[in-house]
Design a protein around this ligand. Structure first.
Ligand code: FAD
Length: 272
């Protein structure tokens, strides 16, 4: 399928991208790796008249330590997350999850900022950032603001970003201890039928779910049960509480709920 016609402009910096967003308003879309946006255009689910290409804003591609956190530029590609020695040592959950995104072609183009801004409940990295209790940094004409990952995903493909804002950075706490990423799919490069990201952060355990709702969600019932002293087995039994697992050709909602309980039990077993 061929995307609808659009004008193309390339931004050389975050500021240029924000100026272009301000100029074109709702008519414009940012283009990072294009691996979610271009399919949407082809399906006519988005029809922007202007694409603002931010793919070459080099200074938004980095992984660096900042105190107790690791800061990741929004244009860092999945492949760079996968290969980062810093992440492997300090936030291994994120490096491992990146390794499971699509295939090498997808990982060489797709960016963490694009994955989070797209806000798809079936994507892997949002669940990781939720489990870690990360922070997203947005930049708009008025400057920068921070958004907790738990407040970022608002609806189906909807986030807390304003139309004139760019996601510039993702911050996650260092969590080198217990972690687990469980992705259940039929073939290695497929999207998850269900996935689970779990990490010990400080004294608590965070659990994010993949493809258990139309938005990326945490397994809050599991987290609360663990915090109040439940066993991993009892907590995992609550994995589907509060979720709205979709039904599609890959599995029914009930099947996904079952998978979530099984995968959360496996993940918590790996944390121990
Ligand atoms: C064949 C295939 C298989 C895939 N498999 C998986 C998988 O298994 N797991 C998985 O998690 N993902 C998968 N993906 C999605 C992939 O990870 C995408 O790369 C990612 O979701 C989007 O990143 P992107 O940089 O390509 O964003 P784009 O497609 O360029 O943009 C996506 C959306 O985010 C917006 N956006 C992008 N960057 C920013 C920013 N910095 N600030 C504000 N808005 C921004 C865009 O305007 C657009 O609305 C797959 C994709 C394909 C094509």
């Amino acid at each position: 399928m061929i995307p609808p016609q659009f004008d193309y402009t390339r931004a050389g910096s975050a500021e240029e991208a924000i100026a272009a967003l301000t100029q074109h308003g709702d008519e414009a879309k940012l283009l990072a790796g294009g691996h979610s946006l271009i399919p949407l255009l082809k399906l006519r689910l988005a029809q922007p008249s202007v694409l603002i290409d931010i793919g070459r804003v080099k200074d938004l591609s980095y992984v660096r330590t900042e105190g107790d956190e690791v800061a990741i530029g929004a244009l860092t590609r999945h492949r760079d997350l996968e290969r980062s020695d810093l992440l492997a040592g300090e936030v291994p959950l994120l490096a491992e999850a990146a390794r499971h995104v699509g295939d090498p072609q997808v990982r060489n183009r797709g960016t963490i900022g694009g994955s989070l801004s797209h806000g798809d409940g079936a994507s892997d990295l949002p669940a990781v950032v939720l489990a870690l209790g990360g922070t997203l940094v947005a930049q708009g004409p008025g400057g920068r603001r921070e958004i907790a990952a738990g407040d970022f995903f608002e609806g189906f493909l909807e986030t807390a970003l304003a139309p004139d804002e760019l996601l510039v950075e993702v911050r996650v706490p260092k969590a080198p201890g217990g972690w687990s990423f469980q992705k259940f799919n039929r073939r290695a490069q497929d999207w998850a039928i269900v996935g689970v990201a779990a990490a010990t952060v400080g004294d608590s355990v965070g659990v994010g779910l993949v493809n258990m709702a139309s938005v990326p969600v945490r397994a809050t019932a599991v987290e609360d049960a663990l915090a109040s002293g439940s066993s991993a087995e009892d907590a995992a039994a609550l994995a589907a509480e509060g979720t709205e697992a979709p039904s599609d050709i890959h599995g029914s909602s009930e099947y996904r709920q079952h998978l979530a309980r099984v995968l959360v039990a496996r993940a918590l077993g790996e944390l121990a």
